[in-house]
Design a protein around this ligand. Sequence first.
Ligand SMILES: [Zn+2]
Length: 433
Amino acid sequence: MRVLAFIALLFIAPAVVAQPSVKEVRTWNGPDHTRIVFDLSAPLTHDLFMLSGPNRAVLDLRGATIPAELVADIENVGPINRVRTGQRDDGARVVMDLAYALSAESFAVAPNDTYGHRLVVDLQHDNAATRVDADATKAQRSQAPVRTADISAPDEFVVAIDAGHGGEDPGAIGAAGTYEKDIVLAVARKLADRINAVRGLEAVLIRDGDYYIGLRDRTRKARDANADLFISLHADAFHDRRVKGSSVFVLSRNGASSEMARMVAQRENRADQIGGVSLSDKDAQLASVLVDLSRAHTVEESVGVAKVLLTEMDALGDVHGGGVEQAGFAVLKSLDMPSVLVELAFISNPDEERRLKSRDYQRRLAAGILHGVKAYVARQRPNLQLAGGEYVVRRGDTLSGIAQQHAVSVQQLRQANNIGNDIIAAGRTLQIP
Ligand SMILES: [Zn+2]
């Protein structure tokens, strides 16, 4: 009898364990949306609806439980004021009081290397305002076929800097626990500062915080900013930890140029699955086909930028592979501007992970990319006078060489940096007058 009871318990027990529960709640606050991620013990069905007077978002988690203390962290994040939970017969209910009316989306995300089953709720900020803006821009463009950047600031070259991943999507993770999303954001910010210090150049940060942006939204932001060049920053990972070096990729028209390029593209494109694909992104595939056609000519230009950048990366350390690689990156599609994807280094290589964490190395990476951008602009827009900025001296550099590169005299360079003779140490930062 006791054996029977024990067996019966075995059959009942899984049913009890299987009741899904919320294990953790995380939030990522971006400029245009707030993302709330519920980590679940098991997949569940849910319902999300909005109420007004006062404005609320109500989330029903069918058959689930949620510890009340978990939702305390959501309060005062983005448009959320107060959060309440309640246990009902058919599951748990989460009520979020909102500062204003907004639209929301929710979707389930399957487990990956880092997380288990998740439920994602996206609260879209200022939805109506964004739509009006977009329409106004469209109208403006149809009236004036010339790009707005050319009208307002003909003497500016705009560089969109896209720090890959973010928020729920950490990107590659190093052996010591370094997240790709943090490294690339740090380098992106340093690069933006450098670029903005140069008269004639302007930087636009596509991501400036720890939140996720869909791959299509990244390119849209760059286009809205009338960017002349798009640089997506990443840090590679490979199962073989010995592999190291930086690489520069451009979009491919005829498939990946190497097995490595194909693998990197696969991994970076997967970001949208990790970060959570927006359900309203259904037209993305169609858009990518259309834009691929118009993009063909910019591939050549992109290869030009990539070659210059690769030379700069080469001066900093190892470069992986032979030259500019081509692959099908989603983030590089639908761009009608030259665009490159830079894998700064292999975060999976312990030496490179250590270097990537160092502020000094991040600065040198930013300086190298800036140098590449300047060289590209000098070739592409010879009439645009770039002035100011900094240059980090490399081994083998001469004062006259640096002066020539930046179109200043040796005398000006000496004065700006209080240099008495011609000896300059590698690693020193020079002010370019
Ligand atoms: Zn990446």
